[in-house]
Write a protein that binds this ligand. Structure first.
Ligand code: CP
Ligand code: NVA
Length: 308
């Protein structure tokens, strides 16, 4: 069973093959209309359940469109409307869904929910974001970097802000794709040590530099994300903003990175908080390609899961 649960728990060579397939599938579509089918229909006859316990725009639409382009069918389920949200166990939900669908994608809160779903499902399960990680995002980010700048191995990737779920997956990506990683944010919002240790164990640098201007020196890629994630209490907002005010990605900060550096953000962004519009809409930014590549990367992830 090939679940896609995390970057660090998926084999390096297989991650690379998924990125390669995503690139060739993107090229093969050759800008045809979004609703037009791919030439091969690898998901013909397959049914995919997309479960959301949190809001989503990109993940929801890109998975749905991706399945349809590959000839499969989807059902988008909201956790709240399922019995799952009213006391049915995750294990029982997994067992039942496996009798109806060929693949399950779930966006949830606790990582334990994802892992339990994978344990009891008899079909592959894909992590569409948990409080802890967001592996599909990093597949799209690596693909996007390489489209613009060639191999990401050996490059310097800098995360500015909150050491959150997306950050953890970027760190896992350092270990698996061979780039160096620098985190810059306040000590109270450091990324999890386990992720940094995983990356270091793979032989790449994974460091913390508090001063954001120093952190981005020599950066090939600068990444920001929201200062308050969906799993954070809204009451944390004001405190977060106070803690992170010095960690905004703006033109002055980008000027400290390499001239050819790229800027990414998984989106949704809060313009003028974690990043200015001047950077989001400026020459370093590849955020729209990054968003588009969610589609291509996840199509390749689904094919890998199903072995088709
Ligand atoms: N980046 C991302 O996962 O966006 P959504 O929350 O809109 O799915
Ligand atoms: N860190 C953000 C990412 C959203 C795609 C969150 O979890 O809300």
């Amino acid at each position: 069973m090939k679940h896609f649960l995390d970057i660090h728990t998926t084999d390096k060579a297989e991650l690379r093959s998924i990125i390669d397939q995503a690139r060739s599938m993107k090229t093969a579509r050759n800008d045809r209309p979004k609703g037009a089918p791919d030439d091969d229909q690898p998901l013909a006859g397959r049914m995919v359940a997309l479960i959301f316990e949190k809001p989503s725009t990109r993940t929801r639409v890109s998975f749905d469109v991706g399945v349809r382009q590959m000839g499969g069918q989807t059902m988008v389920l909201s956790g709240k409307e399922m019995q799952l949200g009213h006391g049915e166990t995750i294990a029982d939900t997994a067992r039942v869904l496996s009798r109806y669908v060929d693949l399950i994608m779930i966006r949830t809160f606790e990582e334990a929910t994802l892992l339990e779903m994978a344990e009891y499902a008899t079909v592959p399960v894909i992590n569409g974001l948990t409080n802890r990680t967001h592996p599909c995002q990093i597949m799209a980010d690596v693909m996007t970097f390489e489209e613009h700048r060639g191999p990401i191995a050996g490059k310097k990737v800098v995360w500015i802000g909150d050491g959150n779920n997306v950050c953890a997956s970027v760190i896992h990506g350092a270990g698996q794709f061979g780039y160096d990683f620098t985190f810059s944010g306040p000590p109270t919002l450091d990324p999890e040590l386990q992720a940094l240790e995983f990356a270091r164990a793979q032989g790449v640098r994974a460091e913390i530099v508090r001063d954001p201007a120093k952190a981005v020196e020599g950066a090939d890629l600068v990444i920001a994300d929201t200062w308050v994630s969906m799993h954070d209490p809204q009451s944390a907002k004001e405190r977060r903003h106070n803690q992170l005010r010095g960690y905004q990605v703006n033109e002055a900060l980008m000027a400290q990175a390499r001239p050819e550096s790229l800027f990414m953000h998984c989106l949704p962004a809060h313009r003028e908080d974690e990043v200015t519009s001047a950077v989001m809409d400026g020459p370093h930014s590849v955020i729209w390609d990054e968003a588009e590549n969610r589609l291509h990367a996840q199509k390749a992830v689904m094919r890998w899961c199903l072995g088709v």
